[in-house]
Write a protein that binds this ligand. Structure first.
Ligand code: NAD
Ligand code: TYD
Length: 352
């Protein structure tokens, strides 16, 4: 078996579904605290699949994690669990330090205690894969080359600082204790089951509900968009073939300005579900106050993972965004489930 943390969230949920779509795959113990971002509806199709064991709990709970490791003897841990939203980290950074820094520390310690007493063969095969972000590298200027694995860490938000801290801990547990770790730093993901506080799902749902499409500042900030199933396949590849102690940057080779992303979503919606008044959804675009400390540009140089592990993304932005918009149109029940009272409170607090 493998232990996945944060597997009720956006990327972890997609990872669990993709993994178990393979009938020969090993089982998964899915440990998730079910914060506002965790959603069991994402995993509803696994209800009768005995290979999926869901455990409600915190990565920082050493007693619980120790018991799970002891009981299920997983051959790997894949750590997705985190507080992941930059805007929330600006409003309230404490949870980010708690889960991303202390939680990762406790998980590393639980993993080390388990790994160090394994028989030699199991010990050699064990992996701790830590999922991180390109935001740890800071912000690029227009003319800078994309982030490579050797870029210095220059995190700018409470979120990216907490992820950078977790990456450093993971690195140190390899160098000091020999824990067989792997780290991936990926760019912005998008796709099915994405909580609609992040740009792409927020814009799709606001557009369909006749609400403003909020663009921070001038909308010329650039992100490198990675379709979530591509990210999941990269993680599987790193888990299978990655060299321990190494980090791998994972990107989509899709650098886009936010305004262009939003305009593309509008034009896909214009063709798939035209507005009743036949106007474009782009009419709803609204420029709002910029995010404090907003990073201007992120871009990933994903040549190392391509060269060393023969992985590259399958989706272009055009194919991935079409699939994503179609998924939200086809899944109103999932959407209805996440657009709860607490989600509406967040929108109220952040946008007004
Ligand atoms: P998400 O916010 O959608 O999901 C996080 C999940 O972790 C939720 O299910 C939540 O309940 C769970 N969780 C939070 N705290 C926990 C704790 N203490 N113990 C156990 N579970 C806990 O996040 P995501 O977008 O799926 O991101 C997953 C990982 O990928 C994160 O580590 C994030 O930093 C990283 N990442 C995300 C992106 C992106 O674009 N979404 C890009 C780069 C890296
Ligand atoms: P987001 O999805 O929050 O991811 P991140 O901050 O981790 O990159 O935001 C993606 C980009 O979209 C980022 O530059 C901020 C911008 N953005 C808006 O312009 N309006 C919004 O309402 C949101 C949520 C984000």
């Amino acid at each position: 078996m493998i232990l996945v943390t944060g597997g009720a969230g956006f990327i972890g949920g997609n990872f669990v579904l993709d993994w178990l779509a393979n009938p020969k795959a090993e089982g998964i113990i899915n440990l998730d605290k079910l914060t506002y971002a965790g959603n069991l509806a994402t995993l509803a199709s696994l209800e009768k699949d005995s290979r999926h064991i869901f455990v409600h709990g915190d990565i920082g709970d050493r007693g619980l994690v120790g018991d799970l490791l002891e009981k299920y003897q997983p051959r790997a841990i894949v750590n997705f669990a985190a507080e992941s939203h930059v805007d929330r980290s600006i409003h309230g950074p404490a949870d980010f330090v708690q889960t991303n820094v202390l939680g990762t520390f406790n998980l590393l310690e639980s993993a080390r205690a388990y790994w160090s007493q394994l028989p030699a063969e199991q010990k050699a095969d064990f992996r701790f894969l830590h999922v991180s972000t390109d935001e740890v590298y800071g912000s690029l200027k227009a003319e800078d080359p994309p982030f490579s694995e050797t870029n210095p860490y220059e995190p700018n938000s409470p979120y990216s600082a907490s992820k950078a801290a977790s990456d450093h801990l993971v690195r140190a547990w390899f160098h000091t204790y020999g824990l067989p770790v792997l780290t991936t730093n990926c760019s912005n993901n998008y796709g099915p089951y994405h909580f609609p506080e992040k740009l792409i799902p927020l814009v799709i749902l606001n557009a369909l509900n006749g609400k403003p499409l909020p663009i921070y500042g001038d909308g010329q900030q650039i992100r490198d968009w990675l379709y979530v199933s591509d990210h999941c396949s990269a993680i599987r590849r790193v888990l299978e073939k990655g060299k321990i102690g190494e980090t791998y940057n994972v990107g989509g080779w899709n650098e886009k300005a936010n305004l262009d992303v939003v305009k593309t979503i509008c034009s896909v919606l214009d063709s798939l579900k035209p507005r009743a008044d036949a106007q474009s959804y782009a009419e709803q675009i609204t420029f709002v106050t910029d995010r404090p400390g907003h990073d201007r540009r992120y871009a990933i140089d994903a040549r190392k993972i391509e060269r060393d592990l023969q992985w590259k993304p399958q989706e272009t932005f055009d194919t991935g965004i079409r699939k994503t918009v179609q998924w939200y149109l086809n899944n109103p029940v999932w959407v209805e489930g996440v657009v709860s009272g607490s989600y509406r409170e967040w929108l109220q607090k952040h946008y007004q």
